[in-house]
Design a protein around this ligand. Sequence first.
Ligand code: ATP
Ligand code: MG
Length: 564
Amino acid sequence: MDQTEVTPSTDFIRDIINEHNRTNRFGGRVATRFPPEPNGYLHIGHAKSVCLNFGIAAQYGGTCNLRMDDTDPSGETLEYVESIIRDVKWLGFDWEDRLFYASVYYEQLYQYAIQLIQKGKAYVCSLSADEIREYRGTLTKPGKDSPYRTRSVEENLDLFKRMRAGEFEEGAHVLRAKIDMASPNVVMRDPVIFRVKKEPHYRTGTQWIIYPMYDFAHGLSDSIEGITHSICTLEFEINRPLYDWILNELKVACHPQQIEFARLNLSYAVLSKRRLIELVEKKYVSGWDDPRMPTIAGMRRRGYTPEAIRNFCERIGVAKNESIVDMALLEHCVRENLNEQAPRVMGVLHPLRVIIDNYPEGRLEDFDCPYHPQNPGRGSRKVPFSRILYIEREDFHEDPPKKFFRLAPHREVRLRYGYFIKCVNVVKDPKAGEVIEVHCTYDPETRSGFAPDGRKVDATIHWVSASHSLPAEVRLYDRLFRVANPLEEGPDFLEYLNPNSLEILKSCRVELSLASAAPASRYQFERVGYFCVDPVDSSNEALVFNRTVTLRDSWAKVIGQEKK
Ligand code: ATP
Ligand code: MG
């Protein structure tokens, strides 16, 4: 980017970068990274970080790396790595050839640890984990020095090398930075930087027996990659002195600036890998990509678009204070994007048979229906019309209440893109008493959707031809939790799962044009909602749709109320 160009101040992170560019702290360079640990799938909180890091790099003409922060063999897998790659790509970001792994830096990190030992800035401690905790002190009480703190450099080097060689069991010895046991910041009280872990790693196998701790590995990995701005969430603010201490002691060439922002919290969801793993493992959901999950994979399967998610991240912005974002805002962004993008089609979720008594048997008409009525350029498709139709059960009322304007005995309505029909009779199930068939007549003069005599109808309803439509399964999703704050409500968030978060409708009917619908393609079923072809379970033989969002925008309602 041209150095004289001033990027407008839009948030505190960009302010910091602008200031760095003004003072030439990094020679005008902006290099960020997104550093997930591959121990779970990415969720919408990660999307915020992805959009932020890649967005800043793009805005300043810089680069953003994708780095697997894989320094802990427990729980990290190749499946997670692959899912992260897929999800970041799907969100629309490109790390070019800069996919890195912290595990590739193990040898370098080991050498850095040796350097610290040689400088007298790290020592092998042989206290047990409990003892280390006890010696650490508390927020109000200073810690006390480990009896091993004064070990000689030679002894430390010898022990650390033997830790690496696998001579000791887990927990027998750890390597600690020698900082200050009386520091008011507990993170600075001689933190552990390397530990023995006899567990194979998904990438390095059994090659390593010691693993660097996150705090040690992270800043050094940033430095190795030449990162300028290491953006992370607020809980790492107290780790920043340690981040800087390590880089200062090792006199590295590149010393990035750590900047913390508030993580995303979303109502009616949990955004913590540990909790999400629990939902998957205990089978409260069908998997990481269950459409009710707040994961990128779940949202993709649900029908959310990358544009909508990016737009959401842009709108929530970045700040320094924690808050909870309303799920309705995310749904609003999805709806807004699908309203523009999604072709309109007709689908009936709860079919009720309608017979048009005066329409000739065997006759078939093709109605030309636009995919996007406000946007004729988007084309159209043919929808067959015949004597027997299905309409939505709720569009008919035998004994209509006051404000019900749709089909009822002796009442006339318009069929979307078609004729006026009038109900002349109903057939009921003799046992249950429920209406199973509605008989109507149609007015052949109303093919255009208007009556030549100018008479009006109060409602237009959607429909499909009974024998020229397709059976489909439709899955209606609601929020996974029934309370806005499942983690704060009580000790066990699982108690607040919404028992009605999934409703499966097996006997829906959709228009014929959907026979060729591609997996994951998205539609508006007119008057019903937005749906996508389930990319996992749908097939040409058995169509399955996921409801992405309803048409009702509760966010617009919230905003509307605020304006009043
Ligand atoms: P979790 O809390 O879900 O276990 P994590 O922070 O341990 O997530 P990482 O894989 O370490 O997961 O996260 C990668 C990056 O994403 C980090 O930079 C982290 O700060 C950021 N991140 C994680 N959760 C959120 C969130 N809710 N909002 C914004 N950024 C997040
Ligand atoms: Mg983390």
